[in-house]
Design a protein around this ligand. Sequence first.
Ligand code: HEC
Ligand code: HEC
Length: 458
Amino acid sequence: MRRSSWLTLGMAAMLGGVLAGCSERPTEMAAVPNADRVRQAGDTITPRLVRQLAKSRNITAYPRPPYVRPALARLGRELAFDKILSGNHDVSCMTCHLPRYATGDGRSLSIGSGGQGLGPNRTQPDGINIPRNAPPLFNLGAMRHLFWDGRVEVDGHGHFTTPAGAQLTKAMTKVLEFGPVSAQPMFPPTSAAEMRGTSGSELAGFTDNDATQIWAALMRRLGRIPRYRRMFEEAYPGKRFDDMNFAYASNAIGGFIVSEMTFRNTPWDRFLDGDDRALSQRQLDGAATFLTLKCSLCHNGNNFSDDQFHNVAVAQIGPGKGNGGSGLDDFGRMNVTGDPADQYRFRTSPLRNVELTGPYGHDGSIVDLRDFIDHYSNSDQKLMDYNPAQLIAPLRNTVLDNMAAVIAARDTIILGVVLTPEIEDKLMDYMSALTDPAARNLSRLTPRRVPSGLPIDK
Ligand code: HEC
Ligand code: HEC
């Protein structure tokens, strides 16, 4: 980390100290364009320079996703859209990861079980009951950590760490073919707030921690639907439905996500694959800006995420994760590791299709993409001046006054970052190069019917 910080400071300064706070100017800047040219003149930014910068930040094109058996992806799709996995048959995975909202819900914070309506119009008698923003499901095959706090995690040896502890047995993990994204679907159905509900079904009597019993009950439900039995046995040739556990369902949803929600036909990926004309001059210029600013210290690798946890001074809104004196705070990664050094840290967000996936941040407290970029400029001040008028009415008076504590723990990487409107324009141009046109309309993902016959949210 130390070494790459150095690199950035060096490089930003070489390109003319585009960031205030990068006052050190190495002497070896001879052959590199000066600040004004970087700011104004597209002519100095060549494809070659941008490819070099990308390489120096280890930013690579997105790899081809693994092969997913069509029968497995089909099963995963039906399960993802089927409300049969919720206690009261009222919520499916896709209720919060709607094709219409780029696999999010277009809300700062989601509403789960017991909700009415979809997307921004969704309401629930008890109000907003989920403390975090529903992230998009794009390109998750690349991530080692899932969830904003990374609580579903696989290490280099294929060892899973999840909230279920030993309840996720060996017999289950050996079924999970696509890493964390195959394990993650085990969890929403166990959560009373998201899918299980607190009354009205055979699942209501459990607590969120009774994963083993909840998973078994869900398999009993699925086993009563002949079409599911058939689809499971087609997806896992040679295995009888009665010998399967819920990991087989979870893995199928993971396979669906990997096969249908991997997007790599962006102008940026085509550029990295060798097409000099894939980016407009403005996007090329924007790329050079992103790659020389500190952004790419955290947003790097093939999915624009270091898969690590940082505190970038995002305001806290909504019901929170039960942390702090008020219970309304969200300590992020610290809730997983118990390490106070992880307080307020969240996983670096991947950025492909980011134009389409607002609101932004772990709690969706920043609604517009440009505002999220702008918040990196003097971020401490931006946090203190946070404007709740951008939020829907029920959230406006929920801004938590934890700002001094967040700033005290804020990642020093973003200290002193100042972005001019021109630089923000360029960053926006670059963000537009990260969109795969095929992600703009995802209606093709929605099945016409699901085996339970329940209505479909899309
Ligand atoms: C009530 C809304 C809701 C429902 C229903 C729901 N999710 Fe989510 N999903 C969320 C929220 C909110 C998060 C972020 C939670 C967190 O990080 O603590 C999330 C996170 C995820 C992630 C992690 C993404 C990442 O970038 O780390 C995946 C994958 C996912 N959900 C898939 C599913 C699947 C599969 C189902 C059904 C089994 C499901 N979700 C049901 C709201 C929902
Ligand atoms: C210190 C590491 C770090 C740096 C530097 C950084 N980011 Fe981030 N970025 C993050 C983290 C962590 C999040 C999620 C924060 C949260 O939700 O609390 C994030 C979130 C985002 C998001 C919102 C994505 C979403 O889906 O919600 C955007 C857009 C973004 N960053 C762009 C940038 C740009 C542009 C820069 C450079 C000006 C930058 N980032 C610099 C770590 C970083």
